[in-house]
Design a binder for this molecule. Structure first.
Ligand code: F0G
Length: 351
């Protein structure tokens, strides 16, 4: 077996890159598709987790960022900009370093996980904390990219979704065919759009026998697509998907409708419970937003929307280490002991 080379090199024939393009990569992609035994038991389905938190910067954003930054480099860009709830910022910052570009990130006031901010900072990005929410940040970033020489690397950049569609290829390559159902969290709605693009592309090329039904899940306090109208003050503990007016709204609806799927809401409570269950019973530590895919699957099964026995892939989009506060809250404290085996054994109840 040879080493994984990153999504552009691995799927070059399916991506809009020229032979001369200076590929900017951290060897993203190639993430594990892990059987989820406990979730399978609970749902009666054959469930797998696509563990995207194992990408170089800890989220699926790296798949799109390698494409966006490669293209920006090819076009001679010296600076990139993005709006972000955190993960896009972390990814853009890292890939900008690789390309020798400067990076500015617009983040919503106070609503970004500490780990993500740390990543953006340590990679040398210029952070601007905007007195508004993500939707305001995106509008501002778009404006700046029109009026100034900075390339926009949000998922409205079409190359981002091209890169992200490779996750669907990997799922099919691992399973030997498309699953029956694919579940994922929905925020700005780029990723569900990208997966659908990947699945349909593979099916038309004969690389898969069919396509899955696409199930997307928003948090009930920020569920514009479910409500059918923008949410001006989106609220959820899953800050990554705290988005009230998704840029890829209509594309997500098309993915839903063409695939025979559904976009639904799950509550913050369902997200938190599932987040803890994935860590405690599957051994997979994801961030809150990522747990929405699995919470949504369990809800859909209960509602009879997914048949028992279905083969299901849930994308878990980001690494739990990005936002450790939620893991620590409510968890028992470590017991302090002297350097003494009896004390350790006693504290552990071994004797
Ligand atoms: N999960 C995580 C961990 C995310 O960071 C995001 C989006 C999503 C799910 C939703 O994906 O937007 O394609 O529907 N995060 C963006 C950011 C908004 O700025 O990092 P989507």
């Amino acid at each position: 077996a040879r080493a994984w080379r990153g999504v552009v090199a691995e799927y070059r024939d399916r991506l809009p890159v020229t032979e001369e393009a200076p590929v900017v990569t951290l060897h993203e992609g190639g993430t594990p598709l892990v059987p989820a035994n406990r979730v399978s038991e609970l749902t009666g389905c054959e469930v797998y987790l696509k563990v995207e938190g194992l990408n170089p910067t800890g989220s699926f954003k790296d798949r799109g960022m390698t494409m966006a930054i490669t293209k920006a480099a090819e076009e001679g860009a010296k600076a990139v900009i993005c709006a972000s709830t955190g993960n896009t910022a972390a990814s853009a910052a890292a890939y900008a370093v690789r390309a020798g570009m400067t990076c500015a990130v617009l983040i919503p006031d106070g609503k970004i996980a500490m780990g993500k901010l740390a990543q953006a900072l340590v990679h040398g990005a210029r952070p601007l904390q905007v007195q508004g929410n993500f939707d305001d940040c995106l509008e501002l970033a778009s404006k700046l990219s029109v009026d100034y020489p900075v390339a926009l690397v949000n998922s409205v950049n079409p190359y981002r979704l091209q890169g992200q569609k490779t996750a669907a290829f990997e799922v099919v390559d691992a399973l030997g065919d498309a699953p029956d159902v694919h579940c994922l969290p929905v925020g700005n709605a780029g990723n569900i759009t990208a997966y659908w693009m990947g699945y349909t592309e593979y099916a038309s090329a004969g690389a898969a026998g069919g396509t899955p039904r696409m199930f997307g899940f928003q948090s009930s306090g920020s569920s514009p697509i479910v409500n059918g109208e923008p949410v001006s003050q989106p609220r959820t503990i899953a800050t990554a998907i705290r988005i009230g007016n998704p840029a890829s709204w209509s594309h997500a609806e098309r993915a839903r409708d063409e695939s025979g799927g559904r976009i639904d809401a799950v509550t913050d409570r369902q997200i938190l419970t599932t987040y803890r269950m994935l860590a405690a019973q599957e051994g997979v530590f994801v961030e809150l937003a990522s747990a929405a895919s699995v919470a949504g699957l369990m809800q859909a099964v209960q509602q009879g929307r997914v048949e028992p026995g279905s083969r299901v892939v849930c994308t878990v989009t980001g690494n739990g280490l990005k936002d450790p506060d939620w893991a620590l809250s409510g968890a028992p404290r470590a017991t302090r002991i002297p350097v003494d085996a009896h004390a350790a054994a006693g504290a552990l109840g071994l004797d």
